[in-house]
Design a protein around this ligand. Structure first.
Ligand code: GDP
Length: 457
């Protein structure tokens, strides 16, 4: 599925009749793709950790790293050399090929990893939602330095908000990278303290023991990222694997290849050679070049002329779980927008103005009442909406109804609500689509609730 041919124009026939399901079933030896979001408080060391990992995996040339090191030293920020590795993808974004969240693909011995780097700053929460809503697994980076962990974990820090969000967005597996461990002499006591404090909180938001993996690392020194750390200060008490070992040991996510094709649009741009291009993630099903499609909710029809992967390889088809760029004809840029869903015309995604969702209310100051205005985030976009009905509140542990028709919702409650949008949006039930069935509600720049679509009216 990856012939690096030069231009799609060179293709003579449309490969409409490829037996994609047959190919997928026969490709048992291919490395499974896993989408990973990296979250955590600003300065926890996310960029450094992932940048260093990419260097260790051989994704960064010596020349490039040397250039980063010299330039960052000139600015007196020598330690940023690794973090800048990821910023390279920022340039790609300017060229218009990637999406909101910087993306990098890398290979381990058992997996193809698509990394979604989510910025940690508070202002970037909408981007973080977009990253996390595409993720199968999240890596939560926490700073183990005295005061560092506490700053990220206490009120105002982003650790809690990010964790609650990734859970509400349906991420099932969380790898907690306890970072900067060289700063605390790889001390077990500090690691255990952080793991237990975080563990209590992670379980309170719904993660089970078998969905949590803790791992001590140093992003700056590159310890325990790819190879198992050999430092006796760590090996005397830690017998688990490196970050890459942990990633390799994860079960591959289940992909819905046999469900109808859905691609959620994350970027629309004019490629200088190819023309009108649409980037996004295939949520379910597959699509072959040459297939007529429809863009929902607008209903515009278009033809897929060619397709490339995010790393610019021409492909004949794309399947669930992959990020891809479609070059489309028969329509124009004004008719396709971020958050639109591309489908085959005979099996369109549902569009609606009103739906019911089960949400978790976050740490809010003002109670949510009927008619509460929100910014509704789903997939990668947001729309003005209102919480039009408060239907019931529920127990967190067993989901039983606690109160019907509550007058208001306060922090940490689980509730069934009805949400009404100003414009039609594309949604699926959470039970049918983990990503198209997730929503988050924001108000005044804060995330106030997140949850799953239960009923589409
Ligand atoms: P981000 O905001 O989470 O992406 O954090 P950065 O990767 O930009 O790192 C923030 C600061 O922490 C920088 O000064 C890094 O050099 C430093 N840092 C990152 N990882 C480590 C580590 O493992 N050990 C130490 N001592 N410092 C680190």
């Amino acid at each position: 599925n990856s012939t690096p041919t030069a231009t799609p124009k060179a293709k003579k026939s449309r490969p409409k009749d490829i037996d994609v399901l047959g190919i997928l079933n026969s490709k048992t030896d291919e490395k499974p793709l896993i989408n990973v979001a990296v979250v955590g408080h600003v300065d926890a060391g996310k960029s450094t950790l992932m940048g260093h990992l990419l260097c260790l995996l051989g994704h960064v040339s010596k020349k490039e790293l040397h250039k980063n090191k010299t330039e960052s030293q000139k600015l007196g920020k020598g330690s940023f050399a690794y973090a800048w590795v990821l910023d390279e993808t920022g340039e790609e974004r300017e060229r218009g090929v990637t999406i909101d969240v910087a993306q990098t693909k890398f290979q381990t011995s058992k997996k193809t990893v698509n990394l979604l780097d989510a910025p940690g700053h508070k202002d970037f929460v909408p981007n973080m939602i977009s990253g996390a809503s595409q993720a199968d697994v999240a890596i939560l980076v926490v700073d183990s330095t005295p005061g560092g962990f506490e700053a990220g974990f206490e009120q105002g820090g982003q650790t809690r908000e990010h964790v609650v969000l990734v859970r509400a967005l349906g991420v099932q597996t969380l790898i907690v990278a306890v970072n900067k461990m060289e700063n605390v002499g790889w001390r077990r006591k500090r690691y255990d303290h952080i793991s237990s404090e975080l563990g209590v909180f992670l379980k309170s938001v719904g993660f089970k023991n078998n969905e949590l993996i803790f791992i001590p690392v140093s992003g700056l020194e590159g310890e325990n990222l790819m190879e198992k750390c050999q430092n006796p200060a760590l090996t005397e008490w830690y017998s688990g694997g490196s970050l890459v070992d942990v990633i390799d040991s994860l079960d591959p996510p289940k992909r819905c290849y046999d469900r109808p094709f859905r691609l959620v649009v994350t970027d629309v741009f004019k490629h200088p050679q190819m023309g009108l291009s649409v980037a996004g993630k295939v949520d379910s099903g597959f699509l072959i070049v040459g297939t007529p499609v429809v863009v929902m909710p607008g209903g515009t029809t278009a033809m897929v002329k060619s397709m490339t992967t995010v790393d610019d390889k021409c492909v004949d088809y794309s399947v669930a779980g992959e990020q891809c760029i479609l070059v489309v004809g028969g329509t124009d840029q004004t008719k396709i927008h971020n958050g639109n869903v591309i489908c085959e015309s005979h099996s369109r995604v549902r569009t609606t103005l009103k739906f019911k969702a089960r949400v978790l209310v976050f740490n809010i100051d003002i109670p949510i009442t009927k008619g509460f205005p929100i910014d509704l985030h789903y997939q990668t976009v947001n729309e003005p909406a209102v919480i039009s009905r408060l239907i019931s509140t529920h127990s967190k542990s067993n989901g039983q109804v606690l109160k019907a028709k509550p007058r208001c919702l306060t922090k940490n409650q689980v509730a069934l609500v009805e949400i009404k949008c100003e414009r039609a949006i594309c949604l699926e039930l959470f039970k049918d689509s983990k990503s198209l069935g997730r929503i988050t509600c924001r108000y005044g720049g804060n995330t106030i609730a997140a949850g799953m679509v239960i009923e589409i009216t």
